[in-house]
Design a protein around this ligand. Structure first.
Ligand SMILES: [Zn+2]
Ligand SMILES: [Zn+2]
Length: 298
């Protein structure tokens, strides 16, 4: 499986995102704490944590008080998912009704609140769908991906009552490998059914299904004439989320059969490494220079 598909397979899951979010915001590190916070069935939670440990997002260490049990600590790679989460929360807050419950980014130094700008590490300019080129590194890799909504070995995750788990809208775009690839390819400029089909080597039934789901979720819209599919404004604004996922896929899956999607910045010709910049004071942001205000817990 190529790195892009593997990344969406691993992280494009509402429980996995809730686990990571609690690890960052609540310093959650024990199985029972996640169980309590997310309300997920134990077997499914264990499945997700195992997948994250296998991929090197967490490592297990014995609990200081009960060494026969483990704690989960974010590795360097795990810490780097911060960028994806911040982009996701920002998008949710901006575009969805449920997003008001997502954490709000606050820059400690200047006090600015609200979403950051996603800029290019290399040239410091804004990165958008319009000033980048999304390339498919190897077209052969797509045929090896399955059309299943989730890998069959994977236990399904259901929405729960917990607000932390309400990624319903964005899950239409990223919660399934095919949806993620179709959205990514639409952001790259694909417009016609045949373009998607040829590039992704996807069956017509699967493609029709994903396109209509993405239209229903207001991420794509079908335009006359020519029956083209175009990203809506909020679909276009998912670009930062995609850029961070695709950058991370290169970090997490250097051994994959191919990169899958890669994004090149037209302004500097570098492969995109997204960096967040404060809209208030224009300085670059990292994990230590921001905090998150979370309405529900205050
Ligand atoms: Zn650049
Ligand atoms: Zn600032």
């Amino acid at each position: 499986m190529n790195a892009t598909s593997a990344t969406f397979e691993l992280l494009g899951d509402r429980l996995t995102l809730a686990v990571l979010r609690d690890a960052f915001l609540e310093r959650t590190c024990r199985f029972n704490q996640w169980l309590e916070r997310t309300g997920a069935p134990p077997a499914i939670l264990a499945d997700r944590l195992n997948a994250l440990v296998l991929r090197g997002v967490f490592h297990r260490v014995p609990q200081p008080d009960t060494p026969e049990r483990y704690e989960y600590q974010l590795t360097e790679l795990g810490l780097s998912t911060w960028l994806i989460l911040v982009c996701l929360w920002g998008w949710q807050r901006e575009w969805t009704a449920e997003g008001a419950g997502e954490p709000e980014l606050v820059h400690e130094q200047c006090g600015h609140r609200g979403p950051a700008v996603v800029v290019c590490w290399e040239c410091d300019n804004h990165i958008t769908a319009r000033n980048t080129v999304v390339e498919i590194e190897s077209d052969a890799v797509w045929s090896s991906t399955s059309g299943a909504r989730r890998r069959s070995s994977r236990l399904p995750s259901q929405p729960t009552q917990s607000g932390d788990m309400q990624f319903n809208t964005v899950m239409e775009a990223i919660g399934d490998r095919w949806s993620a690839l179709v959205t990514g390819y639409a952001l790259a400029g694909a417009r016609r059914f045949g373009d998607f089909r040829a590039a992704l080597n996807v069956s017509p039934t699967t493609l029709t299904d994903r396109l209509s789901r993405l239209c229903a979720a207001d991420i794509l819209r079908k335009c006359e004439p020519g029956q083209q599919y175009r990203p809506t404004a909020r679909g276009m604004d998912l670009f930062g989320v995609y850029a961070s996922f695709i950058w991370w896929s290169g970090q997490a899956f250097p051994d994959a059969t191919g990169r899958g999607l890669i994004i090149r910045h037209r302004l500097c010709d570098a492969l995109v490494e997204p960096v967040l910049k404060c809209r208030g004071c224009n300085s670059r942001l990292d994990r230590t220079s921001v905090r998150f205000d979370h309405l529900r817990t205050q």
